[in-house]
Design a protein around this ligand. Structure first.
Ligand code: NAD
Length: 266
């Protein structure tokens, strides 16, 4: 009987199509896996060709990889167009690609470095919304989820450029939510705490490929920062994205969903 019940469990992304940027690693990757587990299809958009292709092969025909540099408007337009061309719709646009900002202090900050960080962390989100919204409007609605950060809520928690970009992502989310509400398009963002993914290692000046010992150390450091006493996991964030994408969040727009083990509460 329980087997039967399980068989009847509602697949939350059944029939739905997602585009996920930064899908080759970390939060984007885990979210892509979860969308597929929940019956959905995903365009995996990233600049990491090998990792992206491998993931698409692993996840099978419910996914396609497309090389997409989110600083290039044409690449974002192409990722959205691919979803529409092969699967005929777009239900979730997850604007998630990211990188560390530029190191403080402001007094020695290179202007070009600032611009480059903003292009990946902020302008890309505007472009993702710009290209997803018309498709969603045509089909009568959709959900856009942007990855902000607790760094966008708490100044001084990380370097300035990153913090400013993430704070702006929260405001952009609210502006877009108001603009698109009449078209049935909901726009929300998530604010992860410290999540054990490669970006965390890079921000801390660690090598990109964390070896087991360094990763363990990073997880311990992260655990110490969260009142709930453990590091954040990509799964914690994927859960939030799936909620915001779901029809059960049909009355939710313009929010910043903080998933941070209590970090921002303190
Ligand atoms: P990650 O490094 O594992 O993944 C980031 C992905 O973005 C990588 O696959 C990378 O190739 C891709 N990417 C980078 N620049 C790109 C570009 N120009 N075009 C397309 N793709 C690009 O890190 P993550 O932790 O999974 O990060 C995902 C998002 O979560 C980022 O926006 C990050 O700022 C945010 N975030 C992370 C944490 C954390 O602690 N890990 C906390 C808060 C917010």
């Amino acid at each position: 009987r329980s087997q039967g019940m399980r068989g009847k469990r509602r697949m939350r992304m059944q029939g739905k199509v997602a585009v996920i940027t930064g899908a080759a690693s970390g939060i984007g990757r885990r979210t892509a896996e979860r969308v597929v587990e929940e019956g959905g299809r995903v365009i995996l958009a990233d600049i990491q060709d090998a990792a992206g292709q491998r993931l698409a092969e692993t996840l099978g025909e419910a996914t396609r990889f497309i090389r997409c540099d989110v600083t290039r408007e044409a690449d974002i337009a192409a990722a959205v167009a691919l979803a529409e061309r092969i699967w005929g719709r777009l239900d979730l646009m997850f604007n998630n690609a990211g990188r560390p900002g530029v190191p403080d202090p402001i007094e020695s900050m290179p202007a070009e470095g600032w611009d480059e960080a903003m292009a990946v962390l902020l302008r890309s989100v505007m472009l993702g919304i710009k290209h997803a919204a018309p498709v969603m409007t045509r089909q009568g609605g959709g959900a856009i989820v942007n990855t902000a950060s607790v760094a966008g809520l708490i100044p001084g928690s990380t370097a300035t450029a990153y913090s400013v970009a993430k704070s702006a992502v929260i405001q952009l989310t609210k502006c877009a939510a108001l603009e698109l509400a009449g078209q049935g398009v909901r726009v929300n963002c998530i604010c992860p705490g410290v999540i054990a993914t490669p970006i965390f290692g890079r921000s801390a000046g660690l090598p990109t490929q964390l070896d087991a010992k360094v990763a363990e150390e990073a997880a311990r450091t992260a655990a110490g920062m969260h009142p709930l006493g453990r590091e954040g996991r990509a799964d914690d964030i994927a859960d939030g994205v799936l909620y915001l994408a779901d029809d059960r969040a049909g009355f939710v727009t313009g929010i910043a969903l903080t998933i941070d083990g209590g970090l921002a509460a303190g």
